[in-house]
Design a protein around this ligand. Structure first.
Ligand code: F6R
Length: 345
């Protein structure tokens, strides 16, 4: 089983999580509700850290919970245990192995605040260090690059939010995701074609905003590790505070532009980048017939609420990076220099 198969397994993996993981997620939600939680800290690395960014927006937008990304080096390099008062601490890691992520949960556990592990690996050090374990049920992920564990991490966070709010409508929207992700896989021929036309791509910026900032970061990481593209991800807001100076005619700009609060500003910005600088724009969107986005568009299904769209919008990005890697002669199943499990301390 390789990366392409694992991309295709995502609808089934999400479906499994929604059934087999629901009780554990409900218990974690109950624990957060029972404790005097005023904010959340999330410890994670790499792709899992992008799921943490998604959690910042979901728990922020839907629960008014300030969510911080942990700084694990404070614990491991400087020997400082932050004061976690009134926090819940969540560790996200498919392998559950990285010592620095585990160290943050250990410190939180000693301070007796609720700890939650979101992991694909039962019995892993991360799982062992947490009060509550949300298993992803994604099945073994063999390709080095994470795909189905990323989307299941997002869905675990989304369902946690729905259950935390006791929000039936949100829970039904989450349950609709496997079918939507299934439909999004149909974009593959477009993704392959757009990647093939860009076989020389070796640098780009990747833009998203709000819920889709996580997608922009994850797309950029897939571009780097699979296709060896120097891909620099930005919030569309931050991008205008300096990096805009990079642009010139033909500069590749990848952007995630779904419906929702971030859409108008993004469409306007991208229209300007095309008109003023003649950038080479590739977009992922659920909008139909938005001429300012240009022709190189990977269309995802419409109708999903914006807070859940990141689960869907990453699929064309994964496929684009996969096909670009193949076109460039890279092995998408085994990127050079990296391993499936990276242990940082
Ligand atoms: C990216 C990738 C890595 C991992 C990171 C964290 O495709 O695979 O960035 O996401 O090493 O791994 P886990 O989730 O096992 O802690």
């Amino acid at each position: 089983v390789g990366l392409r198969e694992e991309i295709g397994e995502q609808p089934a993996a999400i479906r499994r999580l929604l059934v087999e993981g629901r009780e554990a997620i409900a218990r974690a939600a109950a624990a957060i509700r029972a404790a005097d939680v005023e904010s959340v800290l999330v410890a994670a690395r790499g792709t899992s850290d992008h799921a943490a960014i998604y959690a910042q927006y979901v728990l922020g937008a839907r629960h008014r919970l300030p969510v911080g990304l942990a700084t694990p080096s404070l614990v491991t390099l400087y020997g400082v245990e932050p004061a976690f008062r009134h926090m819940a601490v969540i560790g996200i890691s498919q392998s559950g192995a990285s010592p620095d992520v585990v160290a943050v949960l250990g410190a939180a556990h000693r301070q007796r605040v609720p700890t939650i592990a979101i992991t694909n690996t039962r019995g892993s050090p991360l799982a062992e260090s947490a009060d509550h374990v949300i298993e992803l049920h994604a099945g073994e992920e063999r390709a080095v690059a994470a795909t189905k564990t990323y989307t299941t991490e997002l869905v675990a966070i989304a369902l946690l939010s729905a259950l935390l709010a006791d929000d039936q409508e949100a829970a039904s929207d989450v349950e609709a995701l496997p079918a939507v992700v299934e439909a999004a896989l149909e974009v593959e021929s477009t993704a392959r074609q757009l990647a093939t036309e860009r076989a020389g791509l070796d640098r780009c910026v990747v833009l998203g905003r709000g819920f889709e900032y996580a997608t922009a970061r994850e797309w950029a990481l897939k571009m780097k590790e699979l296709a060896r593209v120097i891909a620099d991800p930005y919030s569309a807001a931050d991008f205008q505070h300096g990096p805009l100076a990079l642009l010139e005619a033909g500069f590749p700009v990848l952007a995630v532009v779904p419906s929702g609060n971030a859409q108008d500003g993004l469409v306007e910005l991208l229209g300007r980048l095309s008109a003023e600088f003649g950038v080479d724009l590739v977009t992922v969107t659920d909008r139909v017939g938005e001429s300012r986005l240009g022709a190189a568009t990977m269309q995802i299904p419409g109708g999903t609420p914006d807070w859940l769209t990141p689960v869907v919008s990453i699929v064309p990005c994964q496929l684009f990076a996969y096909h670009l890697a193949r076109r460039k002669g890279e092995d998408p199943d085994a990127p050079r220099h990296i391993r499936k499990v990276t242990l940082t301390r």
